[in-house]
Design a protein around this ligand. Structure first.
Ligand code: SF4
Ligand SMILES: [Zn+2]
Length: 127
């Protein structure tokens, strides 16, 4: 694969006026998978604590948009560590705390809702 190729994560919805997923494209499967994982975690969190169904609330959509931009601009590219183990961590402190809260809620639930994503994320974290 050339670096010019992009991979769109499967199962993403096009951007809509209601604030659906922003449909990013990534330069590697690894980055696309990272996006799928954070998207699933934020969606799990929003559904569970903000009682949303198909769309994210404004706050969670803002967090997903922020995380998407960080991923797209990640200096490590396809060799990135998982963000929680990143030596530089490019997130603003408030955003980092938001993600930490989301992960604490969604992490255990992801095992049941998205076992393969959880497994891949766990394997990525051990690399
Ligand atoms: S926290 Fe680190 S690994 Fe995650 S997007 Fe930022 S620079 Fe990349
Ligand atoms: Zn929400």
């Amino acid at each position: 694969m050339t670096s010019a190729e992009t991979i769109e994560p499967p199962g993403m919805k096009p951007a809509t006026e209601e604030g659906q997923a922003v449909n990013p494209s990534f330069a590697s499967k690894r980055l696309a998978r990272e996006w799928q994982t954070i998207e699933a975690m934020i969606r799990c969190y929003c559904r569970g604590l903000h009682a949303t169904q198909t769309t994210l609330c404004q706050e969670c959509q803002g967090l997903l948009d922020y995380a998407t931009v960080r991923l797209e601009r990640c200096r490590f590219g396809s060799e990135k560590p998982v963000c929680v183990k990143c030596p530089v961590h490019c997130y603003q402190p408030a955003r980092r705390e938001q993600v930490r809260v989301v992960m604490r809620y969604a992490g255990p639930r992801m095992l049941w809702q998205h076992p393969m994503l959880s497994l891949r994320h766990w394997l990525d974290a051990r690399r």
